[in-house]
Design a protein around this ligand. Structure first.
Ligand code: EPZ
Length: 432
C-alpha cells in the first residue's frame, strides 16, 4: 500500500479548486436508478467511494457510461436485480442507499447489512423505522437487510436522532410512494438539499429539505435529468484548516461560502483572518493560533467530518482547547498517532482536551479513517521534519488528488511505495 511522505514546516499558500461533494454524489447516484430514463451527473469527484458505488449499480444491471473524469451517464432501465453483493457493501457503507432506491422503484431490495466501522457502531434502526412506516417489511437474514412491500404508502415519520443516512434513504423510497410523506427531525446537511433538488429535477415533489420538516408528495414515475453535484464543504474545510495549521494563506475556489459558515466561524475563533467571495473563501493564519472550544453537531453545527482537522490545528494553538464529539462514539482513534508527533491530547469520554504546543515533530503515523487521515497529513505538513502517513487508501476514498492539490499549494508531499527504502532515505535527507 502506498504512503505519503511529507517534509513539513512550509506554510501552504495559493488557490485550490474544490471538487463535487462525495457524500452528496453518493445519494445522487442511488437516486439515478429511480428512473428508467438517462441521468447525467457532473462534478462527480474521482474518488474510490464514488467509483465503488458506480460499480455496484453496474453490477445490478445499470448502464454506467463515463463521459469524462467527472461526468457520468447512468441508465437505470436495465437494472435486473434487487440484490447487492456483500463485496460492495463491505467496502462502502453508502451502498445502503440502494435499499431506498430499489425499494422505491421495485418494492424490493436486498443489501448486505453494513457493519460498524472504526468511527462507531453506526446502527440503521432509523432507516428501518422509515421503510416500515412506508409499509415495507424489513428483515435481517444471513447478514442481509431484506426489504419488501406490496405497495409503498406515504406516512408521517419522526426520526429519533438526526441522521443523514436515514433521511436520504427514506427520501429515496418515498418519492415514488402513494400519497404524502412527512419527515420530521430530518438531517439538514447541504447534501440532503442537493438530493431533493435532483429528485425535483426528475419530476419528484420534495419540499422543505434543509428545514425541520421535509414533505414529499409521491409521483407515479421520474424522468431524465442532467444534474451537477454541489461543492464539497468538507474538502474545502480540510484545505482551509491545512492553510491555518501551517501558518499559511489558502483560498478554496468553487465553493458555496454559506455551507462553510460553521467552519469559517471556528477559524476566526482560532485567530485566522477570513475573506469571503461569491464562490471562494480565503483563510490567512494569524501569527499563532488561539485555543477554543468546539462541539460537533448536525448541520448547521460544526461537522463531525471536520473534527480531526480541527483537533490538529488546536494541537498548535496557544492555551488549552476542548473538542467534543457528539455524533460518533469512536472518532478520536487518531489522537494516539498525533501524540507520537508531540501533540498533548487527553481523551476523556467524548472530549479531547488539548494543550497547544509550539511545534509538532515528524513521525511515522497511520490513518485509521478518511478524515483522520487527512488530518494527520495536515499535521505532517505543519510539523518539523519528516512524516510518513500510512493508510492513505482511506484518504483516497474521499479526496481527489489530495497530494497533488497540497503540492500545488507548496506542500512538500509525495506518494511513495514503503518498500522503496532508497526513495524514502533520499526524501528524508532533505528533511534533516
Ligand atoms: C453521513 O454518515 C456521512 N456519510 C458521514 O461522513 C458523516 O460523518 C455523517 O453523515 C454525519 O454527518 C455519508 O454521507 C455517506 P448519520 P451517516 O446517519 O449517514 C446515529 C465521511 O467521512 N444513527 O447522520 O452514516 C449514528 O450512529 C463520512 O465522509 C442511529 O442511531 O451518519 C450517529 O451517531 C464518515 N440510527 C448519528 O445517528 C440510524 O439508523 C448520525 O449518523 C442511523 C444513524
Amino acid at each position: 500500500m502506498e504512503q505519503y511522505i511529507i517534509r513539513g514546516g512550509k506554510p501552504l499558500r495559493g488557490i485550490v479548486d474544490i471538487c463535487g461533494a462525495k457524500n452528496a454524489a453518493l445519494a445522487l447516484i442511488a437516486a439515478s436508478i429511480l428512473t428508467t430514463e438517462p441521468v447525467i451527473i457532473s462534478n462527480l469527484p474521482d474518488v474510490s467511494d464514488i467509483n465503488l458505488l458506480l460499480d455496484a449499480i453496474a453490477q445490478i444491471g445499470a448502464v454506467v457510461e463515463r463521459i469524462d473524469r467527472h461526468t457520468v451517464k447512468i441508465i437505470g432501465a436495465t437494472v435486473n436485480s434487487c440484490t447487492l453483493n456483500y463485496e460492495y457493501i463491505s467496502k462502502i457503507r453508502a451502498s445502503y442507499y440502494l435499499l431506498g432506491s430499489l425499494l422505491g422503484r421495485f418494492h424490493k431490495a436486498e443489501v448486505a447489512m453494513p457493519g460498524g466501522c472504526v468511527i462507531g457502531a453506526r446502527p440503521i434502526d432509523q432507516h428501518i423505522k422509515g421503510f416500515e412506516a412506508l409499509g415495507a417489511t424489513v428483515d435481517l437474514e444471513d447478514g442481509q437487510v431484506k426489504a419488501k412491500a406490496d405497495e409503498l404508502v406515504g406516512n408521517h415519520i419522526y426520526f429519533d436522532v438526526v441522521t443523514v443516512g436515514a433521511t436520504i434513504n427514506v427520501m429515496l423510497a418515498a418519492v415514488l410512494a402513494e400519497g404524502s410523506t412527512i419527515i420530521e427531525n430530518p438531517a439538514k446537511e447541504p447534501h440532503v438539499v442537493d438530493l431533493a433538488n435532483m429528485l425535483n429535477s426528475m419530476g419528484a415533489h420534495v419540499r422543505g429539505a434543509g428545514t425541520d420538516v421535509i414533505r414529499i408528495r409521491g409521483v407515479k414515475s421520474l424522468h431524465a435529468t442532467e444534474y451537477t453535484v454541489i461543492p464539497d464543504q468538507i474538502e474545502a474545510g480540510t484545505f482551509l484548516f491545512a492553510g491555518a495549521a501551517t501558518g499559511g494563506d489558502v483560498t478554496v475556489n468553487n465553493v458555496i461560502p454559506k455551507h462553510l459558515e460553521s467552519i469559517t466561524a471556528k477559524l476566526e475563533d482560532l485567530g485566522c483572518f477570513i475573506e469571503e467571495y461569491d464562490e471562494a473563501v480565503r483563510v490567512v493564519a494569524g501569527t499563532r493560533l488561539q485555543s477554543t472550544q468546539v462541539k460537533t453537531l448536525p448541520y448547521p453545527g460544526f461537522p463531525t467530518d471536520m473534527q480531526p482537522q480541527m483537533t490538529v490545528a488546536l494541537t498548535l494553538a496557544e492555551g488549552i482547547s476542548t473538542v467534543t464529539e457528539s455524533i460518533f462514539e469512536n472518532r478520536f482513534k487518531y489522537a494516539g498517532e498525533l501524540a507520537r508527533m508531540g501533540a498533548r491530547i487527553k481523551i476523556e469520554s467524548n472530549t479531547a482536551i488539548i494543550t497547544g504546543v509550539e511545534k509538532l515533530k515528524g513521525a511515522q503515523v497511520s490513518a485509521p479513517d478518511l478524515r483522520a487521515g487527512a488530518a494527520l497529513t495536515i499535521a505532517g505538513l505543519a510539523a518539523e521534519g519528516c512524516t510518513q502517513v500510512g493508510g492513505i487508501e482511506f484518504i483516497q476514498r474521499g479526496y481527489e488528488d489530495f497530494d497533488v492539490k497540497l503540492r500545488s499549494l507548496g506542500g512538500d508531499i509525495r506518494k511513495i511505495d514503503p518498500q522503496n527504502q532508497n526513495e524514502i532515505e533520499k526524501f528524508k535527507q532533505k528533511c534533516s
